[in-house]
Design a protein around this ligand. Structure first.
Ligand SMILES: C[S@@+](CC[C@H](N)C(=O)[O-])C[C@H]1O[C@@H](n2cnc3c(N)ncnc32)[C@H](O)[C@@H]1O
Length: 295
């Protein structure tokens, strides 16, 4: 299986991919104002949630020509509260917009426990301390406005979520995974992900998926659990098909594609994550071979 994996900006690298060649796009973009991955101007550092969802939808519009007409798109997105932490994004960047040395030296350098919200003035309406911003919903509506067909709002429920210290609201234990199509007719292999029913047959798994988070070594804390991507790759792409992850991160989609016989096209702008993904892929290939030999 020949994968296409490269380090750089997806919107540049995608130009080398043939048009209408992707069966499935599955990804998790940088969330709004949560982490500094690369520096000034990166996706997630927009002034407001409204600007973020617009930019993100435009990003996916640019990938549209590379998708087959029957392609599926699955996008995982989590939400953010307004105001909590309210540290300025700039605290983590120097005057040239590069990540500061102090930030680089942190153990979890790409992860901040408090959202890095730019300084937006409260307006007593949406911009109000403690407000849940509903960013995933805003994004899904923006995508609909851009002509994408929303088919599912899957709830990825995390049974092993660490209890939060909050006392005036509930602990958040889920994220959204939106399933979009370009057209009414699209590839979907429901049989591949059916689950046993009480009557002994097999049934539709429904749209709430309980899947534990899967920590990895290193600095990348926003990783997909492999199980989540397995489900999506199985129902959203044919065997031998091509799967694009435009925010490859630590390479979860790549590893899963290799295991399930799909070709992965994956791009990652951060050199450290890219190198990590390569190592992880090499390790996982060895374990796949072992498994085959064991059979
Ligand atoms: C939420 S993480 C993805 C995590 C991934 N799902 C995993 O399992 O590891 C988002 C990633 O997108 C990368 N990224 C941000 N902007 C990018 C761009 N324009 N092109 C390519 N990668 C980008 C970031 O460096 C970050 O690693």
């Amino acid at each position: 299986m020949e994968h296409i994996i490269a380090c750089g900006d997806t919107l540049e690298l995608i130009k080398s991919v043939p048009e209408k060649s992707i069966d499935l796009l599955v990804t998790s973009p940088p969330y709004w104002a949560k982490r500094v991955y690369n520096g000034q101007g990166e996706i997630g550092s927009e002034e407001t949630p409204e600007l973020y969802v617009k930019r993100l939808a435009c990003f996916f519009d640019e990938l549209r020509p590379y998708l087959k007409p029957e392609a599926d798109v699955f996008i995982n997105l989590g939400d953010t509260y307004f105001g909590s932490g309210a540290g300025a994004w700039n605290k983590y960047l120097d005057e040239n917009g590069n990540i500061t040395q102090a930030q680089r030296d942190r153990k979890e350098k790409y992860f901040t426990t408090k959202p890095l919200q730019p300084k937006i003035k409260q307006n007593g309406r949406l911009y109000r301390n403690k407000q849940l911003l509903l960013i995933p919903s805003r994004f899904a509506i923006e995508m609909q406005d851009h002509g994408w067909l929303l088919r599912d709002d899957i709830i990825w429920q995390k049974p092993n979520r660490i209890p939060a210290s909050v006392t005036d609201r509930l602990n958040n234990t889920y994220e959204h995974v939106f399933h979009f199509a370009l057209n009414k007719k699209y590839f979907f292999n429901l049989d591949a992900i059916k689950v046993p029913s009480a009557s002994g047959g097999m049934k539709n798994p429904g749209d709430v998926w309980a899947i534990k988070t899967q920590p990895l070594k290193g600095n990348h804390t926003a990783t997909f659990p492999e199980k989540l991507i397995e489900q999506i790759v199985l129902c959203g792409s044919p065997r031998g098909g091509t799967v694009l992850d435009p925010f490859l991160g630590t390479g979860t989609t790549w590893v899963v594609c290799q295991r399930l016989g799909r070709r992965c096209v994956g791009f990652e702008i951060n050199r450290e994550f890219f190198d990590f993904a390569r190592e992880r892929f090499d390790d996982s290939c060895q374990s796949v071979q072992f498994r085959i030999e064991d059979l």
